[in-house]
Design a protein around this ligand. Structure first.
Ligand SMILES: [Zn+2]
Length: 227
């Protein structure tokens, strides 16, 4: 889960979202009316990159946006019935006024989309609905794309003792956890498998170690036996 935040002021710009692959906008069963391309609660990164028209590569369902307002320049809001999104970003961060996204929901477009400029938004860790406390540790989900974008800090988090569950399209696929540095015995004691002795025994001093006594080499004895 992730939220998009304004890169300039840090204000939340979406609700919590899960990354999915960009749905096929050429789908033959596309509806007659304009519908959102993205299911609610999801986002996708457009693999076509910044050359897309309208602009913006992080695609979300318009209903999942928060803290946005229309652009002050009416030219940006042009369209037939609604906004065609072809004149540059038309949505501003309501907190700081940064141009952050392009809304396209005009009557003639195939799908309605809200596209955030990848440089205008930050991915914030979602509100801790998936942050499960396990004693001193935390378990937290992270989508692969987010992990890749900020690998070092996720590794630091795992080293600090958190269990990081890596998800692909919302499904857990792998786990990042700290390398166990305690000895096997310490771990078994900690996990309750072993119980340390109350009175640890020390080797008895009364047992005398047998010291080898110098004598003829054994090869001589072997040779003797063979005769
Ligand atoms: Zn802002």
């Amino acid at each position: 889960m992730t939220r998009l935040r304004c890169a300039r002021c840090g204000a939340d710009l979406t609700t919590d979202l899960v990354e999915i692959p960009l749905p096929d906008w050429r789908a033959p069963e596309r509806p007659e009316d304009v519908h959102p391309l993205m299911p609610p609660g999801t986002y996708a990164v457009d693999p076509r990159g910044v050359s897309t028209r309208p602009h913006g590569t992080v695609v979300v369902n318009p209903a999942d946006a928060v803290g946005l307002r229309e652009h002050d320049d009416a030219m940006r809001l042009s369209g037939c019935c609604r906004r065609d999104g072809l004149d540059g970003p038309n949505q501003l961060c309501a907190s700081c006024g940064a141009e952050v996204a392009t809304l396209q929901d005009d009557c003639w477009v195939d799908w309605s989309t809200l596209r955030f400029e990848s440089t205008a938004v930050l991915h914030a860790e979602a509100t801790p609905t998936t942050d499960i406390h396990q004693g001193e540790q935390h378990m937290v989900d992270v989508p692969i794309a987010e992990l890749r974008a900020d690998l070092a800090s996720w590794i630091a988090r795992a080293q600090a003792g958190d269990e990081v569950v890596i998800t692909e399209q919302g499904t857990p696929v792998a786990r990042l956890c700290p390398v166990e540095s305690a000895s096997l015995v310490e771990r078994l004691v900690r996990d309750g498998v072993l119980t340390p002795a109350k009175n640890p025994r020390t080797p008895s001093k009364s047992i005398r170690r047998i010291q080898p006594t110098p004598g003829p080499p054994i090869s001589g004895l072997v040779g003797e036996q063979r005769r």
